[in-house]
Design a protein around this ligand. Structure first.
Ligand code: ADP
Length: 755
């Protein structure tokens, strides 16, 4: 009969070739004491200390050294020395004590080669396992070297549960396979770990998210509340609108759209912008017109000096307008140089008729969309200038001044002028469609007035639609009167200066007109007067005791600095080949010197001074004319072949064009050819034909004014301009001697001085 051993269940996988410490249930104490010193016992590692070993279980034959109390009374610790692996047989329980016979056993390898392969596999499986996300903290297997003790190494690895399994599996190959499986299991666990972690985290996030979502919902709810209030507000506004039903219906549709859009979306912003803009328009708002023409006349007179014909035309236009209520009253276009009162007379009309006034500049408009607006789906879309202007005016029947329509350009984005045509056409403008608005707006009650500096750049169809009222420059006398009656009073008010503080003498005003400004209108004059007022204001602020300040010609420079222009420059000496011409430009009349120099050469002609095509042709005509009549004037016929002619018009940077310099060029040429000086006090204008005839010119008043401004005494003008001459103000006629010419020969005779 084999020897029976007491079997003690210990809570650790212990190993047969080593000694160590294990814990067991404290009820084993007696049995252990019994065995102590004389007998070996069998330690049976199992994670359940109360389990009885079954037959075939694996244990370790050991000698117990010391018994130590555990942390609590329920278990004790024993030190042991192992004497080899055993398999239990014939196990039995007697008096709560387990006994078993033993059969010695050991770990073994059945196929070393296979075991080795498996082990390598295990090793790489382990390396692989270490790379699995989340295994970091589970990497509890520890082995660095793999050699003869591989079974131990593996057996000692893993957590207790694995260790018990490894301990019990005697076949090495099996144990390695178990190890590999364990790794798999562990990897899956790690993965589970991750997903659990994630789930935990998600749960947390969810909580937070929920919080935010709830907050958001709250915010949205309040916003939706606002939205609904807002929608309600829109509906109310629409109901109250004095607009056609179709318009109201369209607006309501847009409001319904706002309900479908997210509150903070760009769509919503667009919709609101649209609704706000359209609702702000003065639908159905009409101011009551004062159609009393006498009143209109007196307002115009009150605000403006002179301009009699302009006022007359305006009053006539108003009369026509009154008679054909919804008829085709033409659009007034005020044309003339800057600073001449176009804007201010238009605003006077508004005042006279008790209309609102709005002024928009069309200078530089090149895109049709600026007039008609951008489709509302564009980000930042806005209505065009017309609708914006109406919005500013706040009524549907204002005076709408379109400034500088001659400065409109066209480019690839369409022709703004044609859009303007539609606006100005009484047959179409009651249904004006702005791209942004997407609904018709009635412009037929608007009194449109346009302004331009020149008609040259205005398209023909647009011109046809308008009634042109030309405004010419002011004479020195008119300017003086305007200053005395209007500009000074305005400047006093603008600068807070009291009338009793300052007296500006007429001579001072005239000096400003002639020496400090050179313009057709009165804009610079107004600026200079303002400059004086500012100086006066300062003086009185600095010294309230200041006495009346008198501005005279003599002390003018103390206010305005040195004069910009000299006294009438025509005191210069008479010269050969230099003649004063008279030009008419968009900014008024001007004098224009033409210079000719003749040098020995090969009959070439040089033209300089930025001359336009028409002006170049004038020069060629003048040369041909001169050649034609050279003999008559005593010039050798070979002269032209052996000389070069250079014609220059100074201020090369300014482009010049037009036919009216014809006779001037011819005169300069003759002066150069014949070496005769030209009278510097004469000026001339007229188109020249090849036969020497002089054709009429435009802008006589402007040109004459320019001549007076620059000190010219005598002007040659075409015979055919006599009718224009008759309309000239007396004070121009009295300052200038006009000579009417049919043929340039007369000019040559009178202007060229005999040496
Ligand atoms: P435009 O529109 O022709 O360029 P503005 O109307 O701006 O010129 O006129 C410039 C200034 O000159 C304004 O202050 C205007 O009141 C004043 N002005 C022009 N002509 C007259 C006039 N005939 N009577 C009174 N003030 C005038």
């Amino acid at each position: 009969m084999s020897k029976r051993y007491i079997v003690i269940t210990v809570g650790r996988a212990i190993f047969p070739e080593t000694s160590g410490m294990a814990s067991c249930g404290s009820y084993n104490k007696d049995a252990i004491y019994e065995a102590e010193g004389n007998e070996r016992i069998v330690l049976f590692p199992d994670k359940d200390l109360n389990r009885c070993p079954a037959n075939g279980s694996v244990g370790v034959l050991a000698e117990v050294g010391q018994i130590l109390d555990g942390a609590d009374k329920s278990f004790i610790k024993v030190t042991y020395r192992a004497y080899g692996l055993v398999i239990l047989k014939n196990t039995e329980i007697v008096n709560f004590r387990a006994y078993a016979e033993t059969e010695s056993a050991s770990y073994y390898t059945a196929d070393a080669e296979f075991a080795r392969t498996l082990f390598l596999k295990a090793k790489s499986a382990y390396d692989e396992y270490l790379k699995t996300p989340g295994v970091g903290k589970r990497a509890i297997f520890s082995y660095e070297t793999a050699n003869e003790n591989m079974h131990n190494i593996i057996a000692r690895s893993g957590d207790d549960r694995h260790k018990f399994n490894f301990f019990r599996t005697l076949n090495t190959e099996e144990r390695i396979l178990l190890f590999i499986n364990t790794l798999r299991e562990m990897a899956v666990l790690a993965d589970i770990d991750i997903s659990v972690d994630k789930k935990v985290k998600d749960a947390m996030d969810l909580n937070q998210r929920e919080y935010y979502v709830r907050e958001q919902i709250k915010a949205l709810e309040s916003e939706i509340g606002d939205e609904e209030d807002e929608a309600e507000e829109y509906y109310n506004k629409i109901d109250a609108l004095n607009a056609p039903d179709s318009v109201k219906e369209k607006l309501r549709k847009e409001v319904r759209k706002t309900k479908k859009s997210a509150p903070a979306s760009p769509d919503m912003a667009l919709l609101k912008n649209y609704l706000d803009t359209v609702l702000e328009l003065p639908w159905g708002m009409l101011t009551t017109d004062n159609e009393d023409l006498k009143n209109a006349q007196s307002v115009l007179d009150e605000d403006h000096y002179g301009l009699d014909t302009v006022k007359e035309r305006l009053i006539e236009a108003l009369a026509v307008r009154k008679l054909c209520e919804n008829g085709r009253s033409p659009i007034i276009c005020l044309v003339g140089p800057p600073g001449i009162g176009k804007t201010s007379i238009a605003s006077s009309i508004a005042r006279a008729m008790n209309k609102k006034f709005v002024r928009l500049s069309f200078g530089g408009v090149r895109d049709e969309a600026e007039i008609r607006g951008h489709r509302k789906t564009y980000v930042g879309a806005m209505p065009g200038r017309i609708i914006s202007g109406i919005k500013t005016a706040g009524s549907m029947n204002p005076v709408f001044l379109m400034d500088e329509i001659d400065k409109m350009a066209s480019d690839y984005k369409g022709e703004p002028a044609s859009a303007l045509l539609e606006v100005l056409d009484p047959e179409q403008n009651s249904n004006f469609r702005d791209h942004f608005m997407e609904m018709p707006f009635d412009l037929s009650k608007v009194l449109f007035i346009t302004t331009a500096n020149t008609l040259d750049t205005i398209s023909r169809p647009l011109l046809d639609r308008m009634e042109i009222i030309e405004m010419t420059g002011y004479t020195e006398h008119e300017k003086l009167e305007i200053a005395k009656r209007h500009l000074i009073a305005k400047a006093l008010k603008q600068n807070g200066v009291q009338k009793k503080w300052i007296k500006i003498k007429d001579e001072a005003i005239l000096a400003i007109i002639n020496l400090y400004t050179r313009e057709s209108g009165v804009r610079s004059l107004e600026q200079k007067i303002n400059a004086i007022m500012r100086k006066v204001a300062r003086k009185f602020v600095e010294n309230p005791e200041e006495k009346l300040i008198t501005v005279s010609k003599a002390n003018l420079s103390a206010f305005l600095g040195e004069a910009r222009y000299g006294e009438k420059h025509k005191s210069e000496n008479d010269q050969i080949g230099v003649v004063t011409g008279l030009a008419w430009t968009a900014v008024g009349g001007d004098t224009l010197d033409i210079e000719v120099i003749i040098t020995e050469g090969k009959g070439e002609t040089i033209l300089t001074g930025n001359l336009g095509n028409v002006m170049q042709e004038s020069a060629k005509i003048a040369i041909s004319y001169c050649r034609g009549v050279a003999k008559e004037l005593g010039v050798d016929s070979g002269f032209f072949a052996s000389h070069d002619i250079h014609i220059h018009v100074p201020e090369g940077a300014t482009p010049k064009d037009g036919p009216s310099a014809g006779i001037t060029i011819a005169t300069a040429l003759f002066s150069a050819i014949t070496n005769k000086k030209v009278d510097r006090t004469v000026a001339m204008t007229g188109e020249l034909t090849l036969t020497g005839n002089v054709l009429p010119i435009g802008g006589l008043k402007e040109k004459s004014l320019a001549a007076v401004r620059s000190g010219v005494k005598k002007v040659f003008i075409p015979e055919e301009n006599k009718k224009d001459y008759k309309e000239l103000p007396e004070n121009i006629k009295s300052k200038l001697e006009f000579v009417f010419v049919e043929n340039v020969k007369l000019v040559l005779k009178q202007a060229l001085l005999n040496a």
